[in-house]
Design a protein around this ligand. Structure first.
Ligand code: IMP
Ligand code: MG
Length: 183
């Protein structure tokens, strides 16, 4: 009989912060708010991949307007959980945005460096208007001030995962958002 080996790596625990139901209901409210503010326009929802993919799609479904989707990706974190502070565009939008009413969709705003970089980029391309929607806003972590028009919840500095958000590419498909607790 083989003896059971002790685990080499203990798995971190994920403590639920917002359930799938809470997220669905908050995102529905946000969609109605966006629709009210942007009535008469055909907004372009730009997701910051990969973290905002679920939020963007749910927000678009909750917004009773004709919404278009586009995507971009920036890199600033590598595989760690703290920012390197250096933001790079690693995947660009498919289409032009001149004259468009854009809603930048983020999963979580932390230092603000990514959103600030992306807003500068989109502004330079002549968007007619720019709004920022984020599911989570880590207010205490801000290094640069960015305008947030729609925030699902303001949260503390803990590292969160789920509903698109990852830790080294894990946990994105959790239907809820939780705090990653090192064990
Ligand atoms: P910022 O540039 O510091 O605001 O970071 C924003 C980006 O960092 C987000 O798009 C996320 O990809 C990532 N990020 C920041 N905080 C977290 C977190 O708690 N969990 C997962 N990803 C995070
Ligand atoms: Mg990440």
């Amino acid at each position: 009989m083989t003896e059971r080996q002790p685990a080499v790596h203990a798995e971190p625990a994920v403590r639920t912060l917002f359930t799938a139901q809470q997220i669905a209901s908050r995102v529905r409210e946000m969609g109605l708010e966006v629709a009210r503010d942007m009535a008469g326009t055909r907004p372009l929802f730009v997701a910051v991949l990969k973290g905002a993919c679920m939020f963007q799609c749910d927000l678009a479904r909750a917004t009773p307007l004709e919404v278009e989707l586009d995507f971009l990706s920036v890199s600033s974190y590598g595989s760690g959980t703290t920012s390197t502070g250096h933001v790079r565009l690693i995947m660009d939008l498919r289409g032009p945005i001149a004259g468009r009413h854009v809603v930048l969709c983020e999963g979580v705003v932390d230092s603000g460096l990514s959103v600030s970089f992306i807003l500068d980029l989109l502004r330079s391309r002549g968007a007619a208007s720019l709004r920022v929607a984020t599911l989570l806003d880590k207010v205490p972590c801000r290094k640069i001030q960015v305008p947030i028009d729609y925030a699902g919840w303001k949260i503390g500095p803990d590292f969160v995962v789920g509903y698109g958000l990852d830790a080294d590419e894990r946990y994105r498909n959790l239907p809820f958002v939780g705090i990653l607790e090192e064990v």
